[in-house]
Design a protein around this ligand. Sequence first.
Ligand code: 5RP
Length: 233
Amino acid sequence: MNIADQKIAVAEAALAWIEPHLHHDLVLGIGTGSTADHFIDLLAPHRARFGGAVASSGRSADRLARLGVQVYDLNTVPELPFYVDGADEINARLEMTKGGGGALTREKIVAAASKIFVCIVDGSKRVATLGRFPLAIEVIPMARAQVIRALTSLGAEERIGAPDIALRTGPDGAAFVTDNGNCIVDVSGWSIAEPRRLEARIGAIVGVVESGLFALRPADVLLLAGPDGVETF
Ligand code: 5RP
């Protein structure tokens, strides 16, 4: 299977994993990205078998609603037993980087609210050390320059490499704007040996909303596609 087929295969595996848990009162947490999109498309025909979903982005909320799945505001939902989402990278401890689609803050909120985080990825996402994929960090726009300076110092202090930091732009060349009205800086060039420590340190920088490091709250289950099929960890 190539990568595109692996994304579909892992979404099918996620549906098979979640099906035994479906019941009328169940509200599912649903993530963002091309793999999550496949999962939404496969899940939607089963919409009568569960209560609905909380989405981690406007994009996923729109897709779910278009396919007839009831979308809830997280504030109105007493519990989220499961959250199904992709990742940009995942290591053996099921720590991840996320935010390639720009939805990292809402993804982190929904993940924090969920009991079981089921991460669904194609084989290209499995890494020994996080940091190969640029690390997304959502930033309050007025703090952008000072956050970039603080991240540069942090890289030196933590001895994880000199970062190459870029403000994310959209297809029109303008600064990308998150669902929360903020900007994203992408940090390349770090070898993240201690993800929990780095997540805490980045989170302490004033002006940072969230980082795309998901180490303090890692995934609980990993469905990992490869050329020959999907494995569960
Ligand atoms: C979006 C994310 C996605 O989960 C991540 O970018 C993976 O995307 P894809 O499934 O398209 O490879 O974190 O913010």
